[in-house]
Structure formats: C-alpha cells, structure tokens
Design a protein around this ligand. Structure first.
Ligand SMILES: O=C(O)CCC(=O)c1ccccc1C(=O)O
Ligand SMILES: [Mg+2]
Length: 368
C-alpha cells in the first residue's frame, strides 16, 4: 500500500451539552481529522482523540499536529506499507509516547487497508460480534436531581450501563441517592484521577453500592497505589488513564492494579496495540470495554469496530451521535436501539464521511 497524500483538518464541533469531569468542562470538541489517500485514490479516515488542553493526558491538538506533520506522516508517505500492523510494530517504534498522534494516522491506514481488501474494519481486526452493547457516560451536573433526570432518559432510551463522573464532594452522596432511586441498574463511577490513597476510607465507602467498577480513582500515571487500593476494595477497579501499552497492561495485571481495563484506541497508540492488549486480557480473564473521548462519528466508528472483538464483554462508552452533536460528520449517524449498535459490515469503518459537514466544521486544513 502506497499513500500519496495525507490531509489534516483541524475540526471544531460544538457539544449539545457541556461535559464536566473532575478535570474540567468541555463546551466543544476540537480535534484533528486525518484523511490518508492511496495512489489508487481511496481515502482512509480517522481522528485524533487528543483534546485542546493537556488535562486528560499530556497530548494536545497542537502537539499532535507537530508529531503528525514532522514525524509520523513523512514516515507513512515515504514507505511502502504492506499491513497497518507495521506502523506501530516497525515504523513508529523508535518514537516515544505520542500515542494519540500515532493512533490517528494508523487508524486512517487501517480504514484504507480494509477498504482496499473490501472488508469491514471489524473483519480486518478479527472482530466476531455483529452487535455491541452500549453504555453512557454522564458528566458532573449542577444537582443530584438533574443527574437522576438524565439517568431516567438514558434508561428509557435503552442504554445498558450508566457511568457517573465523580470527584471529591460529588461522590458518595450522589451514588447513595442514585442507588436509592435505581437499586438495580448497572452503575459505575469514573473519577479521572481525582483521589489519592489518603482517600482510602472515603473510597471504600463506595463498596456498599454494588457498583460494576470504579474507573481510574488514583493518579493518571499510577499502577502501584491502584494495586494497594484494589487489595483493600471490594469494588472492581478499572484502569483508563494509566494504560498506554501492552507493557502497562501486563504490569498492571501482574501487580493486581485492576480487575477491568477500559481500552481507548487513541490512548494505547492505535488499533494494532489495542488488539494486543485485548488478547492479553482475554488470556488472563480480564474483561474489557471501549472508552470514549467525545469523538465525532469517525472516531466512534473505529471504537465500534474494535468493540466487536470477543473480550469487549462490558458495554462501552460509544453512545449515539445525537447525544453529543446537533449533526455528526458521518452518514448515517451512529444510532443506538435498545442499547445496541449494529456493527457495520460494509468496507472500512462502514460509515461514510459527510464531506459537506466536514467542510462546515473545518477550521484549517493542511495537505501533506
Ligand atoms: O462519551 C464519551 O465519549 C466518554 C466520555 C468520558 O467519559 C470521557 C470524556 C473525555 C475524556 C475522558 C473521558 C473518560 O472516559 O475518562
Ligand atoms: Mg475514564
């Protein structure tokens, strides 16, 4: 496969509702959209999940542009690539970190590869599921009543799992009141690293609420303290921020830092590495689910494809386009029926990039 051109678009989409986590509030989503065009004129698409500011992790839209333009894309343009696996395994191996930047270009090459092979991205990755179960991530609200109203709507829409963002001061009382209204729903909490081991007693107070898991309670780069916390907590710990690679996953499993892993394709450097972590977790009986980063439909399509692998046992954060955007940039939009998304079977990501909408939300464009 020879790639003759890559187009980077700096995109900006307004969120329908602000999204608040322990690290801040997002009102809109700026991201880089990558289009890789082959010599025979086929386009592969992906997006970078890096955010505007380095609050979730250290990458940003700007650092991604730098790494993509100055390192990764020249490599892709100057080499004959026979399989997308070669990017992370060979061509990008000497470049440290910058996982989201790597994932963005690798994802476009994966889509292109699947389209050339005339198979779906799910098929190309070895996906087996035709349908995937979907949960929803609910940001920090102004009141507990407002949170309960949102849960009620999502419950009626059929979502299969309810994740509440927590932080100190918005945690035990929230979960307590929600559990009183909904004693049996599949409920979990995500702290985005808002606590330390000094909060041990406070966190173990959550054990009484039968949560499916608590996601990333401690530092974004920690697996040691999480092991101690998991040892002292009944509730399963799920790692998000701390897992960037197969090596991180291996070490976290060895230490007992978690019982569940949230895979975000961007956070682990792309689909090839995501699949390797998937296989390791499958061998070790660690269930997975696919996280989200407020992606547009392009990133969402990649998430749906990876979720079709067998060990994505728990519902993921791949909610419907309409929960985030007035209009998405793919045709058709991602829809969820009774908490289920049908994995597309058409070639590549299986959703068509909507060029008119893409142009509408493009701030700047660079041809490489
Ligand atoms: O609906 C989604 O895309 C997931 C939303 C979400 O929880 C999230 C959004 C932005 C950054 C981090 C996270 C997270 O999972 O921690
Ligand atoms: Mg998370």
């Amino acid at each position: 496969m020879k790639i003759k051109q890559v187009i980077l678009r700096h995109m900006k989409l307004d969120l329908l509702h602000p999204f608040t986590t322990s690290f801040g509030t997002e009102y809109d989503r700026e991201f880089i959209l990558v289009e890789a065009i082959s010599e025979d004129g086929i386009s592969g698409w992906a997006e970078s999940v890096a955010m505007l500011d380095p609050l979730y992790n250290e990458e940003t839209v700007k650092t991604n542009r730098h790494i993509l333009e100055d390192y990764l894309i020249p490599i892709v343009l100057n080499n004959e690539i026979s399989h997308p696996n070669e990017l992370s395994e060979k061509y990008f191996a000497h470049i440290r970190g910058n996982y989201m930047a790597k994932s963005a270009i690798e994802g476009a090459v994966w889509d292109l590869y699947a389209k050339q092979e005339n198979i779906s991205l799910s098929n190309a990755l070895g996906g087996t599921k035709k349908e995937i179960e979907v949960g929803v991530s609910i940001g920090i609200q102004d009141s507990i009543d407002a949170t309960i109203n949102i849960i009620q709507s999502r419950l009626e829409e059929g979502y299969k799992r309810f994740k509440l963002k927590i932080k100190p001061g918005w945690d035990v009382e929230l979960i307590d009141k929600v559990r009183k209204v909904y004693p049996d729903i599949p409920l979990m909490a995500d702290a985005n690293s808002a606590y330390t081991l000094a909060d041990l007693e406070h966190l173990t107070a959550l054990d009484q609420y039968n949560l499916m898991m608590i996601e990333q309670p401690l530092a974004y780069n920690d697996i040691i303290d999480h092991a101690e916390l998991q040892n002292r907590m009944e509730t399963a710990i799920c790692l998000d921020e701390s897992i960037h690679s197969l090596e991180d996953a291996r070490k976290a499993l060895k230490l007992g830092s978690c019982k569940i892993i949230n895979i975000k394709v961007g956070r682990v450097g792309g689909l090839t590495q995501a699949k390797k972590i998937h296989d390791l977790c499958l061998e070790n009986g660690i269930p997975l689910w696919c996280g989200g980063m407020l992606e547009s439909g392009i990133g969402r399509a990649h998430n749906i494809a990876i979720t079709s692998l067998p060990n994505f046992i728990l519902p993921g954060d791949t909610a419907a386009s309409s929960l985030y955007w007035a209009e998405d940039i793919i045709k058709p939009e991602v829809t969820v029926e009774n908490g289920i998304i049908k994995v597309p079977s058409s070639p590549g990501i299986g959703y068509e990039p909507d060029i008119e909408k893409i142009n509408k939300y493009t701030i700047s464009k660079k041809y490489l």
